[in-house]
Write a new protein. Sequence first.
Length: 79
Amino acid sequence: FFVHGRRFAGFHVRFRDISRGGLRIVTPRNREMHAVESARQLQECYDLSFAQQLKNKDIAEGGSKAVCLVDTEGFKGHE
């Protein structure tokens, strides 16, 4: 799945209809790091969900993971 909002983009990958995993929220410090994280976001999500799938091999649920990249530029307190 792909989701997109004004200040975020996210991917969710699952290997079965019933899966369990987690959510990773990425908040880069600057514009350059945001570009780096954006370029590798889908691959990271796939790799994390595949690792979760391997951990869940002995149970009925499959592996899944979501990675949400937040654009923190302009937020109060962000340096």
